[in-house]
Ligand binder design. Structure first.
Ligand code: PMP
Length: 402
């Protein structure tokens, strides 16, 4: 097909680098190569039984038809209850829309608000989809680099310096994919103080890793830290990561009625409701027993502790202990500008990642994909044996760099 048939805004959108890395690893595996896959961006657990059973029961009850475009009243109420219980935020169910995953919620929120050329501020390292979603909506992504020395968090001065009259959104993701950076009450207070000076800027918090947290006590929400931001705050969350439900495709957004209403209208003319059966499952996830979540986090935490220790004992590599999510963002600058024992020159993180994949069969994702070269992301959402083997092979790969 001639590229000219495709709309220019879509031609500018790149395919997701994480899907590309997963595809490359799968292709090598099909070709018979043993691959240690540290690319995965989803829990390695099955969806808990009580959630699966709730879905089966919904099917048997005949809940297999269209629901309201914005989601079933029961699920929207459960989300409102969750926001009140866990985040100290009061939302009416009509301020909530259920979407086909958190990704869909973010895309729709941007779609209904971004005018051509509007700037969307994105702290880097960022989740790979943010800039391309903005581009698909004809906005301009403005990347704000965040230093490793500040735990990869956005600071108030960087935010203030980036805000312009064209700024439409700030996208804030905590805990962050790919770094696990987790904003404290003080961090949020400082950002809120800047935002109060720019009343036209909307703020989207992507809370999808909220429960995958290794910090003590519950996470504080920006909206609870500064309630004056609520009229321009859109909260995005979902059940994918917390309840090992990535394939069920249930996310949601909560926010001011005009934005949520516009998202609902867009959804009514595009996807309609999220899957009815998945909505019943999500209801059971939010309202049911939470033991699974606690156990999963303990498992991730022990993997994190072990993996961080082993990475920091590997020459050429280092990483900080992430405060949440299930990734390590590994500094590989010690391996860059060096030559491997086999005579391969590693000019950047992409070379490092290709070397690890092609020579050692270890699949990770280059930091460049997250707007931050010099690093790579490795997942800990896989068994400790796979993680240990991957790091052992990394050690082998970098043992005699020249
Ligand atoms: N936000 C972030 C930061 C993510 O990492 C992901 C999943 N990779 C999503 C949103 C999308 O989640 P969902 O499966 O609910 O669409």
């Amino acid at each position: 097909m001639s590229p000219s048939r495709i709309a220019s805004r879509i031609l500018r959108v790149k395919p997701s680098p994480s899907s590309a890395a997963a595809d490359r690893a799968a292709a090598l595996r099909r070709a018979g190569k043993k691959i240690v896959n540290l690319v995965v961006g989803e829990p390695d657990f099955d969806t808990p039984r009580h959630i699966r059973e709730a879905a089966c029961a919904a099917i048997e009850r005949g809940e297999t038809r269209y629901t309201q475009n914005a989601g079933t009243p029961a699920l929207r109420q459960a989300i409102a209850d969750k926001l009140s219980r866990e985040n100290a935020l009061r939302y009416d169910p009509k301020q909530i829309v259920v979407t086909c995953g958190a990704k869909h919620a973010i895309f729709n929120a941007l779609s209904v608000t971004v005018e051509p050329g509007d700037e969307v501020l994105i702290p880097a390292p960022y989740w790979v989809s943010y800039p391309d979603m903005v581009i698909a909506c004809e906005g301009t992504p403005v990347v704000l680099p965040c230093a490793e020395s500040n735990d990869f968090k956005l600071d108030a001065a960087t935010l203030r310096a980036a805000l312009t009259p064209r700024s439409r959104w700030l996208l804030l993701n905590s805990p962050t994919n790919p770094t696990g950076a987790t904003y404290t009450r003080e961090d949020l207070r400082a950002l809120a103080d800047v935002l109060l000076d720019f009343p036209d800027v909307l703020v989207l918090t992507d809370d999808i890793y909220e429960h995958i947290s290794y910090t003590d006590g519950p996470l504080v929400h920006l909206g609870a830290v500064e309630p004056a931001l609520l009229p321009r705050l859109v909260i995005v969350n979902g059940v994918s990561k917390t309840y090992a439900m990535t394939g069920w495709r249930i996310g949601y957004a909560a926010g001011p009625e005009d934005i949520i209403g516009a998202m609902e209208t867009l959804q009514s003319q595009s996807t309609s409701n999220a899957c009815s059966v998945s909505q019943a499952a999500a209801l059971a996830a939010l309202e049911g027993d939470q033991t699974f979540v606690r156990e999963a986090v303990l498992t991730y935490r022990s993997r994190r502790d072990r993996a961080v220790e082993r990475i920091n004992a590997t020459p050429g590599l280092s990483c900080r202990a992430p405060g949440g999510a299930f990734y390590l963002f590994v500094n590989c600058q010690g391996a860059i500008d060096r030559t491997t024992a086999g005579g391969r020159f590693l000019a950047n993180d992409t070379d490092v990642v290709m070397y690890l994949l092609e020579e050692k069969g270890v699949a990770v994702i280059a930091g460049a994909a997250y707007g931050t070269p010099g690093y790579f992301r490795m997942s800990i959402a896989t068994s400790i044996d796979v993680i240990e083997e991957g790091i052992r092979l990394m050690g082998e790969a970098f043992s005699d760099l020249r």
